[in-house]
Design a protein around this ligand. Sequence first.
Ligand code: NAP
Length: 250
Amino acid sequence: MSGGDATGVRRVLVLGGTGEARELAARLGAEPGVRVISSLAGRVRDPRLPEGEVRIGGFGGADGLAAWLSAEGIAAVVDATHPFAAAMTAHAVAACATSGVPLLVLRRPAWEPEPDWHLAGSLDEAAAALPGLGERIFLSTGRQGVARFAHLDLWFLLRAVDPPDPPLPPRAATVLARGPFGLDAERALLREHRIDVLVTKNSGGPMTRPKLDAARELGVRVVVVQRPPEPGVPTVEQVDAAVRWVRHAG
Ligand code: NAP
């Protein structure tokens, strides 16, 4: 990577909120000539903080991010947000294009769909599919989308890091927990609550995969919300590859 400030140090922004982003921040912290700043949205009350410098809160859309990149003298951006954080990724693409700052997306691979999964294009599509599929639903799509299921007269187990945003389905129990979740615990949870349908986003990666394996073992139906479209910019799947890109970007 070329450029940098008077001391030759390059400032790299990592858009975070994922385990990969934390790993990348730690790795870049050990790279000579690189100063990393991680950015979090501020959605989680008690976030797992990355090593090094952290800023929290939105930038104010693509224009706000472009202004921030320029004010902070950022030399490169790695978007390591969650695959479903589509607005942040779109803003990063637009802001980096207008600012001329190189952008890389670090995105873990999606889970390979299994033949018996019910694929949904959105949370609304997942909600529409549920009444024909079962009565007791494990909704593991995160806190923000629960309202999309609030109109359904089904029983829901909701799992999220912080309490879900209302409105909630009238019949629901909430488990506050942060992954990763192991196979034994997922199997026990599905059994304890007599779950017959699991709803998940196709987040990918090993951290939240065991619920799918437990569901297959127990014959629980699975509804998977498919990812938003890829942003059409250089993308890697591994932290190593992102570290290598940062060394040469700019
Ligand atoms: P989103 O819908 O794509 O973003 C909405 C707005 O939140 C963005 O326009 C931006 O505000 C702000 N924002 C998002 N990520 C940010 C970041 N890393 N740093 C600063 N501002 C950020 O995002 P989301 O789906 O709400 O996800 C929020 C965060 O949670 C992301 O960082 C993501 O990695 C993490 N996360 C999301 C999910 C999920 O399922 N969506 C799951 C696990 C973790 P401005 O327009 O004001 O800049």
